[in-house]
Ligand binder design. Sequence first.
Ligand SMILES: Cc1cc2nc3c(=O)[nH]c(=O)nc-3n(C[C@H](O)[C@H](O)[C@H](O)COP(=O)(O)O)c2cc1C
Length: 344
Amino acid sequence: MYEHILKPIFFRFDPEKVHNFMVYFGELAGRYSIGRWKISFLYNYRSNDKRKVVDGIEYRTPILLSAGFDYNARLMNILPSIGLGGEEIGSVTARPCAGNPTPRLTRLSKSQSILVNKGLRNDGVDVIIERIKKNRKFNDFILGISIARTNDDKSVSIEAGIEDYFYSFKRLNEENVGDYYTINISCPNSFGGEAFTNPDLLKRLVSKLKTIECKKPIYIKMPINIPWDQFAQLLEIIDKSGLNGVVIGNLNKDYNSLDCREEAPDSYKGGISGKPCFNLSTELIRKTKLMYGSRFTIIGCGGIMSVETAQEKFNAGADLIQLITGLIYQGPSLVKKICKGVTI
Ligand SMILES: Cc1cc2nc3c(=O)[nH]c(=O)nc-3n(C[C@H](O)[C@H](O)[C@H](O)COP(=O)(O)O)c2cc1C
């Protein structure tokens, strides 16, 4: 139904408007058992054979929605009905962010990608904490919370940036909201850039966060366009800091990775998702696994559009996988197909 009816309609409209509609519909459906039942009847994966425990957390399935789709925590009650084991809410920031000027999302259909220039649009950590506390119905649907630095000029300096991450992390811990936390250091379209992909600055950020006693797993969301040397230095810091692992990785900034380069002229701004992320992220997962064995939990993300691409992520060393763009291009039934088709 999605591929032949809904997608051709959706793809005629502005992507952000379609996204807002989907969130509205999903939130509404998640509120009522009849809505959840109907979606579940169509899309859920009912078997228990893909259950997996990672860092002490049990996932119904090892497939999660990646950060950026449900950035305001509105879909946590409907997503379990499509076979997902969890989602990453956010990225949330210390203060609310309106995001970058529109267009914030552009479809690059020939390349199975989305150009994302969202600029961390979200309601801010305090509002999102209250929303989760008020609305969460299912504790076995895992909620990771992705934390980023507020996209405004107040948090541009390194000190202010660290305080900004610290505030969100502290509030989430105080309120005991979220099952794991991801520190997003690699958002390609925000005010202060990606300062914390600098190894020394990451060290400073992590030591500050470690002053809070956190019993939940903490992961770092990695960039995929930096040289391996720098990537390896970041891994070393993450290892020494005792954090649990990495999400590999974020959006791709190299428009030359597009199947159809003309879809994104140089004047465009933002990172690209989907298929053009696949090779880069999978290779980094493989190298990380080779270097660190089982030291890190690896959450594999980027360009999972089919059972085969999901399997490649697991084969490369991912413990869990995340996706967004595959869902947009293939529809919600992709999750069930992956659950049925992969060996984990
Ligand atoms: C619309 C959209 C918004 C995103 N926003 C965020 C975000 O707020 N924080 C984050 O860490 N990643 C964000 N991402 C990146 C995704 O989490 C993911 O790393 C990337 O899209 C690669 O996965 P995919 O190919 O399955 O989409 C966003 C991606 C998309 C498509």
